[in-house]
Design a protein around this ligand. Structure first.
Ligand code: IMP
Ligand code: MG
Length: 334
């Protein structure tokens, strides 16, 4: 068994969808597995010129790869069925490829109603927190209990360890949310209710040794959606929001913007063991000719894209000298 992991190093919305989509095209994966979160996630994918926003469904479906919603995820059945229908209508054979781990948990309408009342941390109101709460309180509902999902249900152990269809299982793990929203490592309580690090992928049933590459995804600036005050004071952030189309893929909320925080990034690189680092949206700062970042309380202002990239490359290599770094300004390609 072999696995690559795509993990977000900031607050979600760094472009994991793009990276996963690109990898499915390049590699011979037998499985793409979503390992955390539910329909709070919104992955923007450009496939053959068309824009798709997926919430539950892993991007393997676009490439004829078996796509699994893993046991670490939570699912709202109605929303998932709607999503399946929409993507099927665009000509993608989702029903043939999608599988759901029998032990994934269900977001019930009760969970949804409870989350809708949240006025504390600014959740996506998709029932995520209450579903995970009931899972850990041992009062949850599992996917296997929902008749409407029966055609998709698999036993995760059998799929990974007793699968006679594939000679060798090769997995792309597609994470949701990001390090700054992780239940343990994020800015609690302004966090989501699942684990958003590489460890979370392992919890879905694979041994640590099978991990090959860890692709950490960041942006050259930061965005956050939620109730805490996050945006910096600088009119340039309005421009970044507009040019970077920084509005939530799930809720449409305006994302708050700030400069990249290298301290947060360092922690995320270390804890996830990032081997490949992608900085997305590199084109946005370039068009505004402002290159700024934070490291702790220090703010650094650079004269050019090259200067900022050199700084980021040098500092990232201090954390892992073998790390491979990419700056990307393209919607479809790395
Ligand atoms: P919840 O996951 O809906 O409970 O929301 C908790 C926090 O995580 C809120 O600040 C949400 O805006 C944020 N959040 C959850 N999912 C995503 C995502 O996919 N992208 C960005 N922020 C998210
Ligand atoms: Mg998103």
């Amino acid at each position: 068994m072999l696995a690559d992991v795509v993990v977000d190093l900031q607050y979600g919305d760094c472009g994991k969808g793009k990276i996963s989509h690109a990898f499915c095209r390049q590699n011979d994966y037998t499985h793409v597995i979503r390992y955390n979160g539910g329909c709070n996630a919104g992955h923007t994918i450009y496939h053959e010129g068309k824009k798709f926003i997926t919430h539950h469904i892993p991007c393997g479906v676009f490439f004829n790869i078996r796509s699994v919603i893993g046991p670490g995820c939570v699912i709202h059945p109605q929303k998932l069925l709607e999503e399946i229908r929409e993507i099927e209508e665009a000509g993608i054979p989702v029903r043939k490829l999608l599988k759901i781990a029998s032990n994934a948990h269900i977001i019930t309408d009760f969970h949804l109603a409870q989350d809708k009342k949240d006025e504390t941390i600014g959740t996506t109101k998709r029932g995520n927190g209450p579903a995970y709460r009931d899972k850990y309180d041992r009062k949850g509902v599992r996917a296997i209990e929902i008749p409407e999902l029966s055609e998709y249900i698999i036993d995760m152990y059998t799929e990974l360890y007793e699968n006679e269809e594939f000679e060798k299982i090769e997995i792309l793990f597609e994470g949701a949310q990001g390090f700054g929203l992780d239940i343990d490592w994020g800015d609690y309580p302004f966090v989501t209710s699942s684990h958003c690090t590489v460890g979370s992928a392992l919890l879905n049933g694979v041994p640590p040794k099978c991990i090959r590459d860890v692709w950490g995804v960041a942006k050259v600036y930061e965005t956050y959606v939620g109730a805490k005050a996050f945006e910096g004071i600088d009119p340039v952030f309005d421009k970044i929001r507009e040019l970077g189309e920084e509005f939530g893929a799930t809720t449409g909320r305006a994302r708050q913007i700030n400069w990249l925080d290298f301290d947060l990034l360092s922690k995320a690189i270390n804890i996830n063991g990032v081997s490949h680092l992608v900085f997305n949206k590199a084109d946005i700062l370039e068009s505004l000719e402002r290159w700024v970042l934070f490291s702790g309380i220090h703010q650094f202002e650079f004269n050019s894209k090259e200067d900022m990239e050199m700084w980021l490359t040098g500092k990232s290599k201090e954390l892992n000298e073998n790390i491979e770094i990419f700056f990307s300004g393209d919607k479809e390609r790395i």
